[in-house]
Design a protein around this ligand. Structure first.
Ligand code: NAD
Ligand code: AHE
Ligand code: ZN
Length: 374
């Protein structure tokens, strides 16, 4: 198949707010610096639903969504040296070129060398590798894993241990790494510190897993859906709160429970009002709040500046601050050695033609992660 156009199935987002449609697509061979991957499995993250909802200011249609995949290299383009056909890989929506100002800074994982074209749904040469019925179909987050085959950049690939089941470690492509990294790398939660996690989906549960790994003291999970509490407790939450059970603001409830507030809080929902609560439930003088949730176009955060003057810190985290090519292989090995839980997240599996059910389950609050098996 190398060098030839592949025709395969993909879930296409023709327009916002419409179900995905399973179609035959044509996938061009990889060009210079690019790699074509046979996708074995992909998770469905809330960010896919966010973009499909039309709230993403960068949303482009028609496109192939999906950014939590695992697969095997089918063929490589000119100049590609770090992977070869047969390698097991996880596509990265944050690349790691190791040469740009961001990569070299040692301060961030936000490699920016292709961010503009990636956000525009095309490869660096300005074109797409996907088409359907003669129409151009755009890439999404540089990954487009809702397709049996996809084309990604060499710098956007983590090569991982082939012993790892791709239908599990695919979840390291986003949700688990994001939450786990936010706790361990962004916040650097310390032993004995108190933590509040707002939103107990795949990302929030992973913050809890990271906080427990770092031996946090109290880990308070907050969700409006009490159906999420059981797994949160299993992953390490010491208590769970439903804001609907209280007639005062949840930040006040948490401050009273923790002698003035938590050391670290995490917003894993994408709700700007909850982001305020998450900041304001932090302890005076040192409490840090990490924004992970993605909020819709035009939304803004607010608080009284006094909250920051008195020592609370507002931060953000993308992909948990993790540099994918360097660090994902280690997380995959942690899973294989039994040090990182992935299995507990997989509440549902389904074939590609049932992918819309994965979105329904997410919106109904019934899933943590659905994994699509090709
Ligand atoms: P999810 O849908 O699985 O979980 C969200 C949880 O929030 C659900 O359990 C829901 O019941 C809860 N919730 C909703 N409204 C609430 C409220 N007002 N108060 C308390 N709980 C509430 O989503 P996910 O896949 O875990 O993703 C979470 C967020 O993180 C999304 O905004 C997603 O786009 C974002 N995200 C960001 C990054 C990043 O790198 N920054 C990576 C992955 C996901
Ligand atoms: N297009 C979106 C950007 C949303 C966003 O912040 N995305 C996160 C990853 S979410 C994964 O589930 C991210 O990595 N951001 C860094 C970046 O460069 O996009 C919007 O809202 O405009
Ligand atoms: Zn995601």
């Amino acid at each position: 198949t190398a060098g030839k156009v592949i025709t395969c199935r993909a879930a296409i987002a023709w327009e916002a707010q419409k179900p995905l449609s399973i179609e035959e697509v044509q996938v061009q061979p990889p060009k210079k610096g690019e790699v074509r991957i046979k996708v074995n499995a992909t998770g469905v993250c809330h960010t896919d639903a966010y973009t499909l909802s039309g709230q993403d200011s960068e949303g482009i249609f028609p496109s192939i969504l999906g950014h939590e995949g695992g697969g095997i290299v089918e063929s490589v383009g000119e100049g590609v040296t770090s992977v070869q056909p047969g390698d097991h890989v996880i596509p990265l929506y944050i690349p790691e070129c190791r040469e740009c100002k961001f990569c070299k800074s040692g301060k961030t994982n936000l490699c920016s060398v292709v961010r503009t074209t990636q956000g525009a749904g095309v490869m660096p040469d300005g074109t797409s590798r996907f088409s359907c019925k003669g129409k151009t179909i755009y890439h999404y987050m540089g990954t487009s894993t809702f397709s049996e085959y996809t084309v990604v950049l060499e710098i956007s690939i983590a090569k991982v241990n082939p012993k790892a089941p791709l239908d599990r470690v695919c979840l390291l492509g986003c949700g688990i790494t994001t939450g786990y990294g936010a706790a361990i790398k962004t916040a650097k939660v310390e032993e004995g510190s108190n933590v509040a996690v707002f939103g107990l989906g795949g990302v929030g549960i992973s913050v809890i897993q990271g906080a427990r790994k770092n031996k946090a003291g109290r880990i308070i999970g907050i969700d409006t859906n009490p159906g999420k509490f059981e797994l949160a407790r299993k992953m390490g939450a010491t208590e769970c709160l439903n804001p609907k059970d209280y007639d005062k603001p949840i930040q006040q409830v948490i401050a009273e429970l923790t002698d003035g507030g938590v050391d670290y809080s995490f917003e894993c929902i994408g709700n700007v009002n909850v982001m305020r609560s998450a900041l304001e439930c932090c302890h005076k003088g040192w409490g840090q709040s990490i924004i992970i949730g993605v909020a819709g176009a035009g939304q803004e955060i607010a608080t009284r500046p006094f909250q920051l003057v008195t020592g609370r810190v507002w931060k953000g985290s993308a992909f948990g601050g993790v540099k994918g090519r360097t660090e994902l292989p280690e997380l995959v090995n942690d899973y294989l050695e039994g040090h990182l839980d992935i299995d507990s997240y997989v509440t549902h599996t389904m074939p590609l033609d049932k992918i819309n059910e994965a979105f329904d389950l997410m919106h109904e609050g019934k899933s943590i992660r659905s994994v699509i098996l090709y």
